[in-house]
Design a protein around this ligand. Structure first.
Ligand SMILES: [Zn+2]
Ligand SMILES: [Zn+2]
Length: 359
């Protein structure tokens, strides 16, 4: 990762969350980040997939692999030893290796700074009963929180889906049934519901815009999804200045697999569209044959604050969406505190029973 220098005094400078500059902590000079005229361009997916494996199309990045969890991260140039953001294991940043990767096209710069993220963590853990005390202590140390740009793919596609199925329409009939009333046999009319099924076929066309797929396998997918939505309208063209002072996780989900997951997401939506197109009261779908065209993609980086902590044998993680401040996390339970609470409850119960029994 490139090192950025203050234009005025030459000191190393970092991106300041929520701004569009690198502010010098020494002389106070504000070094503006150059702004491109163009927006983030969509990339042709077929061309890129055809190129995968070719030399020279992708960029070269130096990543530090974590021996414990396998996460691959790029570090600011001045950092020599640190903890892995994903599992808390110690890392030697000197042991980097070179990898060929598709370069990011767009980035959402950090908006929430480390201080605000830390306050959210302290609030979150403080409001959790039975959280271990050492975790509460851990949350008070700001250096445990790591700012990481995590990788995403987004996909656009025009889809055309011919389908076959059946449409079910409900109708009612009146039927005479024999019932016993007050011991006497009599005939009553009852309304009965039926469904008439008719074969149907048709086609739905739909354009998908920015279907988002996390390209990281280092964080649990359910938490990544819970951190959404991202304000994709605010994505700016990739510019290395935004990375300074932060780590960048390199993607572990390759582009073809990313497309596979995006198509699964699209297929769910297409099925909903087909059912709406069939109409009626019930729908049966037999076959959908989707063809995809005008497929494009983008590789984006999204800002997340991560704190990984070990409790017992397990790794727990606390995540903050550094755009919205949305908090997600796993928390360990303190066995000591729970046992203590149960004992107190039992003691209270025994006391109450004694008092009631004494009267
Ligand atoms: Zn300076
Ligand atoms: Zn790790």
């Amino acid at each position: 990762m490139r090192e950025f220098k203050c234009q005025s005094c030459g000191a190393g400078i970092h991106y300041e969350p929520g701004t569009d500059q690198l502010k010098c902590p020494f002389c106070g000079k504000e070094n503006p980040i150059p702004k491109g005229e163009a927006g983030v361009e969509e990339q042709n997916l077929e061309e890129e997939l055809a190129r995968v494996g070719e030399e020279g199309v992708v960029g070269e990045v130096l990543v530090v692999p974590c021996e414990a969890c396998g996460a691959k991260t790029t570090f600011p140039p001045n950092v020599t030893a640190d903890k892995c953001a994903f599992c808390g294991s110690p890392l030697v940043t000197g042991k980097s290796l070179s990898q060929k990767k598709v370069q990011p096209h767009g980035i959402l710069p950090f908006l929430v700074d480390s201080q605000k993220a830390n306050q959210s963590f302290a609030r979150w853990i403080g409001s959790r009963w039975f959280a271990p005390n050492d975790l509460k202590r851990h949350s008070k140390n700001p250096s445990n929180l790591k700012g990481v740009y995590t990788p995403y793919w987004t996909f656009d596609s025009q889809t055309d889906s011919p389908y076959t199925g059946e449409r079910g329409d409900d109708y009612w009939t009146t039927e005479a049934v024999s019932v016993v009333r007050n011991g006497r046999q009599c005939i009553e009319n009852r309304r009965v519901k039926h469904t008439r099924w008719t074969p149907t076929s048709g086609r739905v066309e739909h354009f998908f815009d920015d279907v988002l797929v996390p390209a990281s396998n280092n964080l649990p997918r359910k938490y990544m999804e819970a951190l959404e939505p991202w304000d994709l309208s605010q994505v700016v063209p990739y510019e290395e200045s935004y990375l300074s002072g932060f780590r960048v996780e390199s993607y572990s989900l390759p582009l073809p697999e990313g497309r596979g997951l995006a198509r699964e997401k699209m297929a769910q939506e297409i099925r909903r569209l087909v059912e709406r197109d069939i109409g009626g009261d019930h729908q049966r779908v037999f076959q959908i044959d989707t063809s995809y065209s005008q497929e494009t993609f983008k590789h984006l980086l999204m800002p997340i604050w991560i704190d990984s902590y070990r409790y017992g044998e397990k790794v727990y993680r606390f995540l903050v969406n550094a755009r919205t401040g949305e908090v997600q996390g796993e928390r360990p339970w303190s066995v000591v505190k729970i046992v203590f609470a149960v004992l107190v409850a039992v003691a209270v119960l025994v006391l109450l029973l004694t008092v009631v029994g004494g009267n």
